[in-house]
Design a protein around this ligand. Structure first.
Ligand SMILES: Nc1nc2c(ncn2[C@@H]2O[C@H](COP(=O)(O)OP(=O)(O)O)[C@@H](O)[C@H]2O)c(=O)[nH]1
Ligand SMILES: [Mg+2]
Length: 249
C-alpha cells in the first residue's frame, strides 16, 4: 500500500504559532449570487448583517479571533497568538472559510462559498497598514459600485459601464454619482464607505454583587479613517486592550 499520508503534501505547511496573522475570506462569484438573491444595489443591508453575524458566530467559538474587518463580500479576521492547530495553514484557512460559507448560506438561505488566504504580520504597524489598505479598497469599491449604477441607469450595460469607468480618477466618479444619482458619496452611510469592524471587548458591568467583567462582541459601523490620526488612535486603543503584539524591551 502506498504511504498516502506522505501524499498530503501541504499538511506540513505552518505559520509561526507565536505571531498574529490575518485570514481574509472573499465571497466566490458574489456578483452572480447578488443577482440570484436580488440584493439591493449597490449595497444590501441583509448581506452586511449576514456577514456580521457569520463573523460573530466564528468569534464566539473557541478561537483566538480578536477582530474582523469587513466590506462588500470580504472579511479579514485577526488571529492572535498562540495560533490554533499549531499554525497549520490548510486547517486555518479551510475551517475559517468553510465556517463563514456555511453560516452565510444559512443566513441568506442560498449557497454561498468563500475562498481564504493567510496574511502574515510582523507587528502592530503592519496590522494598521493592512487595515488601511483594505479600507482604501472599501472606499474605491463604494465609488465604483455607485458609479456603475449611475451609468447603468443611463442605459449602459454593466460591462460597458465598467469599461467607461476603468482608470478614472475618484473626482470623476464623485461628480458622476452626484450628477446622475443626486447622491453625495461623502454622505452615504459610513459602513458603505469605510467598512465595519467587529471586535471582542471587555465590559465592566455593575451587578448586585459588584462590578464584573463581561466579554462582549461589539460591532462598529461608524469607523474613522484608519490612516488618519483619529483612526490610528481608535485602532491602537483596541489593540492595546487586547495585547496581541509582543512588546519587547
Ligand atoms: N447587489 C449587491 N452586490 C454586492 C454587494 N456586496 C458585494 N456585491 C457583489 O459582490 C462583488 C464582489 O466583488 P468580487 O469579489 O471582485 O467579485 P465576485 O468574484 O463576483 O465575488 C461585487 O462586484 C458585487 O457584484 C451588495 O451589498 N449588493
Ligand atoms: Mg468575491
Amino acid at each position: 500500500m502506498l504511504d498516502w499520508k506522505s501524499r498530503e503534501i501541504f499538511s506540513r505547511l505552518y505559520v509561526p504559532v507565536d505571531m498574529p496573522v490575518v485570514v481574509r475570506v472573499d465571497g466566490w462569484r458574489f456578483r452572480k449570487l447578488a443577482e440570484e438573491l436580488g440584493l439591493e444595489r449597490p449595497y444590501d443591508e441583509r448581506l452586511l448583517t449576514s456577514l456580521i453575524d457569520a463573523s460573530k458566530g466564528l468569534m464566539e467559538r473557541n478561537l483566538p479571533i480578536a477582530l474582523a474587518y469587513l466590506f462588500s463580500d470580504e472579511i479579514s479576521f485577526l488571529l492572535a497568538p498562540p495560533l490554533p492547530w499549531n499554525g497549520r495553514v490548510e486547517k486555518i484557512v479551510s475551517i475559517i472559510s468553510s465556517f463563514i460559507s456555511a453560516r452565510t448560506s444559512l443566513l441568506l438561505g442560498h449557497a454561498a462559498s468563500f475562498d481564504g488566504r493567510i496574511v502574515f504580520l510582523r507587528d502592530e504597524d503592519e496590522l494598521v497598514s493592512y487595515l488601511s489598505w483594505r479600507q482604501d479598497e472599501a472606499w474605491r469599491n463604494a465609488l465604483n459600485s455607485y458609479a456603475l449604477l449611475a451609468l447603468e441607469k443611463e442605459g449602459f450595460s454593466r460591462e460597458e459601464a465598467a469599461k467607461k469607468l476603468h482608470g478614472r480618477k475618484s473626482e470623476y466618479l464623485h461628480e458622476l454619482i452626484f450628477r446622475k444619482l443626486g447622491i453625495n458619496i461623502a454622505n452615504v452611510p459610513a459602513w458603505q464607505r469605510r467598512g465595519v469592524l467587529v471586535r471582542k471587548a471587555v465590559k465592566i458591568k455593575n451587578t448586585e454583587y459588584g462590578p464584573v467583567e463581561r466579554r462582549e462582541i461589539v460591532v462598529d459601523r461608524e469607523l474613522p479613517l484608519f490612516s488618519a490620526p483619529e483612526g490610528l488612535d481608535y485602532l491602537r486603543g483596541i489593540l492595546r486592550d487586547m495585547s496581541i503584539f509582543r512588546r519587547d524591551g
